[in-house]
Design a protein around this ligand. Structure first.
Ligand SMILES: [Zn+2]
Length: 496
């Protein structure tokens, strides 16, 4: 179950430019992405709204002003004479605020400053679609850059900033020079070609329609769209991500489960005027129902073929008819690259382990790696015998860690801008699990049922059956490698 956290975001505007800040790669949510400054609204922001009714500012506005100051050093507050404070002597305040040694309102009061709601143009409020463990209900404001101040990013959650026009930022995004968070990309597109005085007029209707339940355009690179769909996968996972990729020719990767409500969401996206007619095929990363159950309905509705690895096709016999086979090295044509530099392709990588016919797909323009269930950033991936093979899975993880990918797009959870690190961490985690398993086996013969509560201490009872499957996969691997042997139900380390 995801929780919803209130947040505020600021489009700081200076002449024709909007400020973008880059989030640290260490952050779990959109790490490495460029976005507008902003963050969580605190309870202190809400208290301040009640304590200073004369300001006429709500918690979101106070939170926006505070986050802007914390992240960029810009203080959009006014003195008794109505003037903005000039540069200087604010670094100490900012440091105290960041260290939670001082509150934002005390800081303002001490300098005789107040917030003026007319400096914060309300643009709307949107909530992160349901795919992430934490969702943000973010209120957006447009703020004009106060004269006499300068943006200063202090290393931490943010690493750098740029002033640029929406069209310049979008050009750099198309050239693959920067990652934009989807709400940022969406907002900049809405601002494209317009003077920034029109920002509220351009953004308010867009944010209002999203606030009323319209599908969010979750675009991770130009022409790379994610459609998270509710699914009945494992308990910890509530959504499976479908991806739509391409410009002139689009492929739909993993259309999701067969819930009619979720299918309708997917069809809404596929029927959008800019997309309708460009779908040329459906690609399946592997045979699991939460990824493939909607494939036939999509194929029929849009009259397009379904492609998958031959091993996946075999496992789907009688359920989903696969029309063409994909294997290591298969190239799928996506039309023109969005940066105009020739043809755009999707390249298939054969990555068995989670499933015998598992494929990952890498785009040739932005290095987006559609990783299916190789890793999940929402939960851990299950390698369950007889179809799951831990030996092959280790190999596939090692292999994907070497792929020159820039953005990891998993079947479950948030994308990551550190693909190699995610694969290496997954491998290290599995190796540690294997070491623990071998350690227990070395102590004496034991059964899978005895191993589960030892190796997965504290796991809730319903999840124990998955733990047992995971252990079986581990034992199979060790047996294959001559490091463990089985006698009846008893397993023990094999001493040579
Ligand atoms: Zn799966």
């Amino acid at each position: 179950v995801s929780s919803i956290v209130a947040a505020a975001s600021v489009l700081l505007v200076q002449e024709d430019d909007v400020l973008l800040v880059r989030r640290s790669e260490r952050l779990r949510f959109f790490g490495g992405f460029w976005a507008f400054p902003g963050g969580k609204i605190s309870s202190a922001d809400a208290d301040a709204a009640t304590r200073f009714p004369s300001w006429g500012a709500d918690a979101a506005l106070i939170g926006a002003a505070r986050e802007l100051f914390e992240e960029t050093g810009i203080l959009a507050a006014r003195g008794p004479d109505g003037a903005f404070p000039q540069a200087g002597c604010r670094a100490d305040d900012r440091r105290e605020l960041l260290a939670s040694r001082q509150s934002f309102t005390v800081l303002l009061e001490r300098q005789g400053l107040h917030l003026d709601p007319s400096d914060f143009a309300f643009l709307g409020q949107i909530t992160t679609p349901e795919f992430a463990p934490v969702r943000y209900a973010t209120t957006f404001f447009a703020v004009r850059m106060p004269g006499g101040q300068a943006v200063e990013i202090w290393p931490g959650e943010l690493t750098e900033s740029i002033w640029s026009s929406p069209d310049e930022s979008l050009d750099r995004w198309r050239r693959g020079e920067l990652l934009l968070s989807p709400p940022t990309a969406m907002s900049l597109r809405a601002l494209s070609g317009a003077a920034l005085e029109q920002a509220p007029a351009r953004l308010r209707p867009l944010l209002a329609s999203l606030g009323q339940g319209a599908m969010h355009p979750i675009e991770f690179a130009p022409g790379v769209r994610m459609v998270p769909l509710r699914s009945q996968a494992l308990a910890a996972t509530t959504h499976t991500n479908a991806f739509l990729v391409g410009s002139g020719q689009r492929y739909l990767i993993d259309p999701g489960c067969d819930d009619p409500v979720e299918q309708a969401k997917l069809f809404t996206v596929l029927d959008e005027p800019s997309i309708a007619g460009s779908l040329v095929g459906i690609l399946l990363t592997h045979q699991h129902p939460d990824h493939v159950a909607a494939a036939l309905a999509c194929a029929r509705r849009y009259n397009v073929p379904i492609g998958a690895h031959r091993a996946t096709a075999d496992l789907l016999t009688g359920k989903v008819a696969v029309d063409f086979f994909i294997d290591e090295g298969t190239a799928l044509h996506l039309g023109e690259r969005p940066d105009g530099k020739g043809p755009w392709q999707l390249q298939a990588l054969f990555t068995p382990g989670h499933a015998p016919g598992h494929l990952a797909l890498l785009d040739s323009c932005y290095g987006c790696l559609f990783a299916g269930d190789m890793v999940s950033t929402a939960t851990s991936v299950l390698i369950a015998p007889p179809r799951g093979d831990l030996t092959a899975y280790f190999e596939s993880l090692r292999r994907l860690a070497q792929v020159p990918a820039r953005l990891l797009l998993p079947g479950h959870g948030n994308p990551s801008s550190r693909p190699a690190a995610v694969f290496e961490e997954a491998l290290a985690h599995r190796q540690e699990r294997e070491r623990q398993l071998l350690e227990v086996l070395t102590a004496g013969p034991t059964t899978v049922d005895e191993l589960a509560p030892i190796l997965y201490r504290g796991l809730p009872a319903p999840a124990m059956k998955f733990a047992r499957l995971q252990i079986e996969a581990g034992l199979e691997k060790l047996q294959r490698e001559g490091r463990a042997r089985q006698t009846g139900h008893l397993w023990q380390a094999h001493r040579t």
